[in-house]
Structures are given as C-alpha cells and as structure tokens.
Design a protein around this ligand. Structure first.
Ligand SMILES: NC(=O)c1ccc[n+]([C@@H]2O[C@H](COP(=O)([O-])OP(=O)(O)OC[C@H]3O[C@@H](n4cnc5c(N)ncnc54)[C@H](O)[C@@H]3O)[C@@H](O)[C@H]2O)c1
Length: 254
C-alpha cells in the first residue's frame, strides 16, 4: 500500500464537530492521521457523527470534550488526547466564536468571550502541548485565524481584533519554538459557508455582495480550507513557519 502522509501521526483538532473543523477532521483521517476531535460538551452528537464517518472509512478517531477558553479544561482534554493517541504530532486550533455588533453596542462580556475562545483558547492549547512537542523534537501547529484579522469587517471589531491577535501570536510563537523543530502557521479563511460564515450574508443581497467582492465570484466551502491546513501539517511545509496564508478566493491579496 502507498504510505499516506499522516500514517503513524496523530492530530488534535479543536472545534471539530461542524463547519471547517469537521472538514479538517475528515481530511486528516483520509490522509491516515489518527484524529482526536475536540469540542464543547453541547456538541457531543455532532462530534460523534464525525467519529462515525471516520470509522466508516476505517480511520481512527477519538473524542475529547472541554472548553478551549478554560485553562483547567484545556489541561484535562489535552492530557486525555495524549493518553488516547499516545502522542500528538499536529495541533489545529480551529475552535472559534463570532457575534455581530457595532463598537457602541459590544458588551464588555461579549468582547471578552471573543478573546477568551479565539485568542486565549489558541494560546492555552498551544501552551499545553509545547512540552510534549519539545520532547519529541518536532510538532506542527496550525491556527485558524481569518482574513478579518488582516483587514477587519464592520460589526466585527471584537472578532476581527481577536483574530489579528491570533496572527500576531502565530508570528511570535513561531520564532520562540523554531529551533525546537516546531512550526507554527496560520490559515486565514475568507467567507466560508458554515453556521458562523452565514453571519456575513443573511440575505440574498448580502450573499451577492460577498460574491462580488471575491475575485473567484463565489463563496468558500469548508473543503476549500482543508488543503492549506494539511499542507502546513505536512513535511512539504518543513521550512515554513510564522506565516498567515489567506484562503479566500481572492478577497485580499497580502
Ligand atoms: N466560516 C467563516 O467564514 C470563517 C472565516 C474565517 C475564519 N473562520 C474561523 O474558522 C474556524 C471554524 O469556524 P466555522 O466557520 O467552522 O464555525 P462554526 O461555528 O461552524 O464552528 C466552530 C466550532 O468551534 C466550537 N467551539 C466554540 N466555542 C468553543 C470552545 N469554547 N471550546 C471548544 N470548541 C468551541 C463550536 O462548537 C464549533 O464546533 C473558527 O476559528 C472561525 O473563526 C471562519
């Protein structure tokens, strides 16, 4: 049998029950990775469905539950993931939340929620795995940021700035751990057809506006994003670190 690039490796994916995270889980399983799929307990039914789909294709998928924004929960689910998989080779920080409000109307608690999940969550899960990656002398981290973190979007000051912070964090962590054999990169999706993405086009006119501002003239789909994530996790990306790659069909160009 021709070896697959994930054979013998394990990936931990946060927010894997639906949308982009689900597509990432299915793609990594198809590449031979042992998948540990993580989400909040409320998403158990959807996460089990991801596990079932992977098992139907003879892949391996374990589930862990928790909350990426809670340090104790992160320590617990990362330890469970390591026990289940033996070791983790790749971490995909995909869990995220979005809400819409003008700056005038953003409640401080809502501001904190965006940062707690999107930014602190990314930091906490990275931190929890660094020692294991260092010990192994290798590790791959892929953070799912957003083009919103580079160019912003109205009604999303809290979300977009939390994603800009993820990009900044990616640049810095990449420099701190490069000599330990660990790479850290970010993928910045454009507007992707998921429950979260649909906030960007709540009616036909808004959908058309999204298409008009995209060079390729269409929405993105979760499967459009997974190739970049798999690439950063692979040996093909061994000399790439600290980068933030747009996967947006041509909305922004830098
Ligand atoms: N859809 C888009 O247009 C788009 C664009 C740019 C970036 N992104 C980013 O891609 C990632 C995936 O988004 P999506 O579109 O699939 O959204 P989604 O809302 O469909 O999925 C988000 C997932 O994160 C999980 N999650 C939320 N809070 C969590 C927590 N505290 N702990 C663990 N898991 C938690 C949810 O349960 C869900 O499974 C997010 O980081 C998002 O910011 C999405």
């Amino acid at each position: 049998m021709i070896p697959r690039r994930g054979d013998g490796q394990a990936v931990l994916i946060t927010g894997a029950s639906r949308g982009i995270g689900r597509a990432i889980a299915l793609r990594f399983a198809a590449e031979g990775y042992r998948v540990v799929a993580m989400d909040i307990p409320r998403q158990e039914a959807d996460l089990k469905q991801v596990q079932e789909l992977i098992r139907q294709e003879n892949g391996t998928c374990d589930l862990v539950f928790g909350d990426v924004s809670n340090p104790e929960s992160v320590r617990t689910f990362v330890a469970e993931a390591r026990t289940l998989a033996g070791h983790i080779d790749v971490l995909v920080n995909n869990a995220g939340v979005l809400s819409l409000a003008r700056v005038d109307d953003i409640a401080p608690e809502e501001w904190d929620r965006m940062y707690d999940v999107n930014t602190k969550g990314t930091f906490l899960v990275c931190q929890a795995l660094l020692a294991q990656f260092r010990e192994a002398g290798k590790g791959r981290i892929v953070n799912i940021a957003s083009i919103g973190g580079k160019r912003g979007a109205p009604l999303q000051a809290h979300y977009c700035s939390s994603k800009a912070a993820v990009i900044g964090f990616t640049h810095i962590l990449a420099q701190e751990v490069a000599r330990d054999g660990i790479t850290v990169n970010a993928v910045c999706p454009g507007i992707i057809d998921t429950e979260m993405g649909r906030n960007n086009y709540r009616d036909e006119a808004a959908l058309q506006a999204v298409k008009d501002k995209t060079a390729m003239g269409r929405l993105g789909y979760p499967d459009d994003v997974v190739g970049a994530v798999a690439f950063f996790a692979s040996d093909d990306a061994s000399f790439i670190t600290g980068q933030a790659l747009n996967v947006c069909g041509g909305i922004i160009f830098h």
